[in-house]
Design a protein around this ligand. Structure first.
Ligand SMILES: [Zn+2]
Length: 330
């Protein structure tokens, strides 16, 4: 019995080492989760907060999410301005975690929010917009919370008014992949070489994807279209696309009658354009806008609500956007 003891101790030590080998990693939304999953391939799987068809813009944290955040070693999110459900929770729940705000990634392109939803800002539009803003502020006040206001002020200082859909530029995704790999390697040096080689493979895959999409989208560059929410400017800028307008700037603020009328006028002016809905947002509004016009309609899924989570979601998401645009506009 005594002679077995050292082996038992060694076995216990090995088991312990195995059990702590891969850190508990949480990703906020599907596009971020996809890039983290690619870097962690063969080592572990990140948890995802906004699952299924839920929208990052309207999500409310669940008790199971709170548990995942409390247990997390590392949390990856885009940052204040997108996952509004997460700002306070990270401070109160993810107290033991390294929190990585990907909007802060060095070199990343952050574009300002387009307040008018890509319309030229003339007097009538900005009037309309002020009205929407007022409604939004009012809703915030109903929610009260001095803390919330404070968090808001803080992130304005940190980032200004950035459009947080920055993953839709594959060049930004490449910078995110590198930062994710560096963060994981620091937290988990035993698997650093795996993270590094996964990241290198993902960077090659993203370069190939970008070249493929540039070829796919070339024929529709410059053809105007209208989208449900103003999520696409990184994709437009990268691939030379031309947005004519959006139904709403953000899905938590629904359009007023004046904006719907302006969109109908825009559609009439453009003729055979495309108006794109999203998987879970207001197809009835899209129908109202295209009614009686030559415009066609399609669906774009900028946050991957209709896609299966995992390492392949990111390329599938970008390919899906390109296919929908070409199918409708060409
Ligand atoms: Zn969005």
């Amino acid at each position: 019995m005594k002679r077995l003891a050292p082996f038992a101790l060694l076995a216990a030590a090995l088991l312990t080492t195995t059990a702590v080998a891969s850190p508990d990693v949480v990703a906020s939304i599907k596009p971020v989760h996809s890039l983290v999953a690619a870097v962690m391939a063969g080592v572990g799987e990140p948890a995802l907060i906004v699952k299924g068809s839920a929208s990052p813009h309207t999500y409310a944290l669940k008790p199971s999410d709170a548990g995942a955040l409390e247990a997390a070693d590392i949390v990856f999110w885009t940052g204040h301005g997108m996952e509004l459900f997460l700002g306070d929770a990270l401070e109160t729940l993810a107290t033991g975690a390294t929190v990585v705000e990907l909007a802060d990634t060095p070199g990343i392109t952050l574009l300002p929010v387009r307040e008018g939803g890509a319309f030229e800002a003339h007097a009538h539009e900005s009037e309309d917009h002020d009205h929407e803003d007022h409604d939004h502020d009012h809703a915030d006040h109903d929610h009260d919370h001095a803390d919330h206001d404070h968090a808001h002020d803080h992130d304005h200082d940190a980032h200004g008014e950035g459009d947080m859909h920055f993953w839709l530029d594959p060049e930004n995704a490449k910078l995110m992949v590198t930062r994710i790999a560096t963060t994981l390697a620091e937290a988990d040096p035993g698997n650093a070489s795996a993270y590094q080689s996964n990241a290198e493979a993902e960077l090659v895959r993203l370069d190939e994807l970008e070249a493929e999409l540039a070829a796919t989208l070339g024929p529709v560059a410059g053809k105007p279209f209208i989208v449900f929410h103003d999520a696409y400017q990184y994709f437009e800028a990268r691939f030379g696309l031309t947005l004519a307008g959006s139904v709403t700037v953000t899905p938590d603020v629904m359009p007023g009658a004046a904006r719907i009328d302006a969109l109908k006028a825009k559609v009439a002016e453009l003729g055979a354009t495309c108006v794109f809905a999203e998987p879970n947002f207001e197809p009835t509004i899209i129908a109202a806008i295209t009614e009686g016009s030559a415009a066609k309609s399609g669906v774009l899924d900028p946050e991957g609500g209709a896609l299966e989570a995992g390492a392949d979601l990111y390329p599938n998401l970008l390919r899906g956007l390109a296919t929908s645009l070409v199918d409708c506009l060409q």
